[in-house]
Design a protein around this ligand. Structure first.
Ligand SMILES: Nc1ncnc2c1ncn2[C@@H]1O[C@H](COP(=O)(O)OP(=O)(O)OP(=O)(O)O)[C@@H](O)[C@H]1O
Ligand SMILES: O=P(O)(O)OC[C@H]1O[C@H](OP(=O)(O)OP(=O)(O)O)[C@H](O)[C@@H]1O
Length: 207
């Protein structure tokens, strides 16, 4: 049986993803949170784990560098990667929102929206027929409306602490986000048996 390569998002969902795998008897000896190692093996289950930045997981899977990936729906949508999304792992729950200093959107021909997720922002406002200009940021997005870099933001909200502490309000909810299992399309055909087995164990681990 050949190895399955699994790309797993580093960051805040990594620990719970590894725990979920442990529950279905997939173990990566040597893995610990502070480790700088990027590749781990479960030699019994024939799984090779590669740790990559969350935003890059869809690319690894789409290009076939990994057969499967564990990553947030936010990054799947933003990347527009051509992959199969097979399972909701129900970890890393949060949502995409539009937020700003006011309770509602002002009427303006073109709004400036700051976001780590410009594709999501464009699609959301396109549906509403609102024209926007995006400012791509890589963090501290809540700052943008406070210092006049943008009219509003499209960002992730989990507890709501960040928007509250910066005096912003949720104006619209866009979509619920959680961690998903994605699969490379070619691998799903060539390693079908192994991948289906992996998905079925994950499903039972979630019950
Ligand atoms: N409060 C939250 N903020 C951001 N992402 C969250 C939150 N809660 C859950 N998530 C999920 O966790 C995933 C990883 O988040 P994390 O902040 O670790 O990665 P990141 O956005 O790549 O961070 P960084 O750019 O700082 O490395 C996100 O893609 C999202 O699906
Ligand atoms: O609703 P909350 O629980 O406050 O979480 C939401 C915040 O978390 C994320 O930022 P992150 O912590 O990844 O920091 P960043 O600003 O560097 O992106 C997200 O972009 C929000 O700013």
């Amino acid at each position: 049986m050949s190895y399955i390569t699994l790309a797993l998002a580093k960051g805040r969902t990594a620990k719970s993803s590894i725990s979920l795998l442990k529950n279905i008897d997939i173990h990566f000896p040597g893995f610990h949170e502070e480790s700088r190692k990027l590749v781990f093996y479960d030699k019994e289950e024939k799984i090779k784990l590669v740790f990559v930045k969350a935003v890059d997981v869809p690319t690894y899977v789409e290009k076939g560098a990994a057969d499967i990936g564990i990553v947030g729906k936010d990054n799947i949508l933003e990347s527009q990667a051509d992959v199969y999304e097979m399972l909701d792992l129900k970890l890393g729950k949060c949502k995409f929102v539009v937020a700003g200093k006011s309770q509602q959107l002002e009427e303006k021909q073109k709004l400036t929206i700051a976001s780590k997720y410009p594709v999501i922002a464009i699609k959301h406002f396109q549906k509403k027929g609102q024209s926007i200009e995006t400012v791509k940021l890589n963090g501290s997005v809540e700052l943008a409306p406070l210092i006049g870099l943008a009219d509003y933001i499209v960002d992730i909200v989990e507890t709501g602490n960040t928007i509250n502490e910066n005096g912003l309000t949720i104006i619209e909810e866009i979509e619920d986000i959680s961690t998903r299992l994605i699969v490379n399309k070619a691998s799903f055909a060539t390693k079908s048996e192994n991948i289906r087995q992996f998905i079925n164990s994950l499903k039972s681990g979630l019950e």
